[in-house]
Design a protein around this ligand. Sequence first.
Ligand SMILES: Nc1nc2c(ncn2[C@@H]2O[C@H](COP(=O)(O)OP(=O)(O)OP(=O)(O)O)[C@@H](O)[C@H]2O)c(=O)[nH]1
Length: 548
Amino acid sequence: MPTPSIDVAQQLAQMRRDYGVGLRQELAELSTWAQTAASRCDSASEWQAVRDRVHKIAGGSSTFGFIEVGQSCRVCERELDAILGGRAPAVYDGIIERLAALPELLAGAEVGPDGEYEVVESLGGAAGDVEEPLIYVLEDEPETGAHLSQILESFDYRVRLFDDSRALRATCRTQRPDALILDLHFTGADDIGGLEVGESIQAGMDKPLPMFASEQSTDFETQLRAVRAGVVGFLAQPLDPIRVTALLESHMRAHRAAPLRVLMVDDDKAMLDYHRLVLESAGFTVKTLSEPDATLAVMEHFNPDVLVLDVRMPRCSGPELAQMVRYQPRWLQVPIMYLSAIEDANAQLEAMTKAGDDFLIKPITPNAFVASVQARARRARELSAALSRDSLTGLLKHADIKERMATALAQARRRDEPIAVVMLDIDFFKRVNDTYGHLVGDEVIRALANLLRRRLRVSDMLGRYGGEEFVVALPDCGEAKAVEIIDELRESFSQFQFSAGSESFTSSFSAGVKMPGADEDIQAVIAAADERLYAAKRAGRNCVVGHG
Ligand SMILES: Nc1nc2c(ncn2[C@@H]2O[C@H](COP(=O)(O)OP(=O)(O)OP(=O)(O)O)[C@@H](O)[C@H]2O)c(=O)[nH]1
């Protein structure tokens, strides 16, 4: 993985030095206690407190590179667990000796050079005005190539179509594309197939080039070869714009998506700071909590992609907290990962059985930590996007758009910013279906969805609310501006020429725009926007109504 910034490595090294100072103090206290009081101590609760202390030190010290201290504390922890759990006689001599010797172990600890921290790969975060992805398509069937190009261009990809493998190879050498789409049945003048062309292009790349095959193959050998050549997906035929772009977006635009969000709960502040820095330096947005109480409230407005929990915490264990999270159906899809120094396989299993998807063991290298959290978070995002998107238009479905708009409304109120809510409905749509058939009707719905998606801002929210009804939220936008924007879209849409066989026709939509009243929740604002939509219908359709 690429090297992290010097700054991060320096900050991590400073954290380790700070941790070392606190650790020296902590070990001196434990050692003094062991030499003076431990031999006379038969109170289980006092030993329990020592056990919790060594557990915490075991996780922290090994993470910060004080390996021997960590190992010795781990042995103490295991032995104390056995005694306190009634599995071993209450003989503390060995433990007392270990505790007494901890400061010496620390004094002799090999403190590695600052640069020993591995540096982590940056996820890039949300990019600014990056150029739209460039895609090369190898296709010798002109009609298929034109159709594919048209789909990709309508989603703002830049496309270059090739019917000659040599020209494609030469262009790849001078300008690397963001992805390559190959026709598996391609046979060029030099008689080599599409996959072979892909293999030879891939071999000349310094880092893997995402490749897609323009036709699904069910043949095991072909699929295996495709995997080895770096084909990351197959576009199913007949080409469906939504499926094609959903597949491409999941590979191509990940770097443009909002940063992945991680919520971490751990009672050890030093651990939180350390892991937060590691994740933030890799492009995640991180929130940390050292007390579990506020977890659900924070999740509500932070909406994490993944939760990372410590297992042993004083007031409430990680698995208990995980079960509380799972009580809420809303959070069922959020992966829960434990990050703990617990080595005992049974304890890990128990935690996972209660609730949880992964168990990471401290110490974990920064790269391994970033890779594990990233894989979980990305997968969770992909799944939730797939579940919440309507299959005809690729837009958010009713419940999901409403939920996001409720969050956006709360945010706008906190920031004291306006937010416009728009309901929009295609005019006389039943007539389109009745005259030209449902498939043509579907094309009209899709065309409007594409127009809205392309012309609205990334920060605007857009969903398919019902059959031919859409809902839009425009954050930081006043009513007059919102009416102007929607009216321009209305004008554009009314000029689209649709065709059905030899006939052509136009369509239009009506819309209602409403700004939230002081006490209105999202349901009430949507209902009010809907009333204005119907006022627009009554006023003759093909128009936008703002003020009542
Ligand atoms: N093709 C297609 N039609 C749909 C879809 N969802 C809903 N519809 C149809 O959309 C039509 C909506 O008709 P109405 O609600 O009567 O309204 P309208 O004809 O658009 O008339 P106004 O809204 O009054 O302008 C119904 O015939 C539905 O069957 C869909 O996904 N595809």
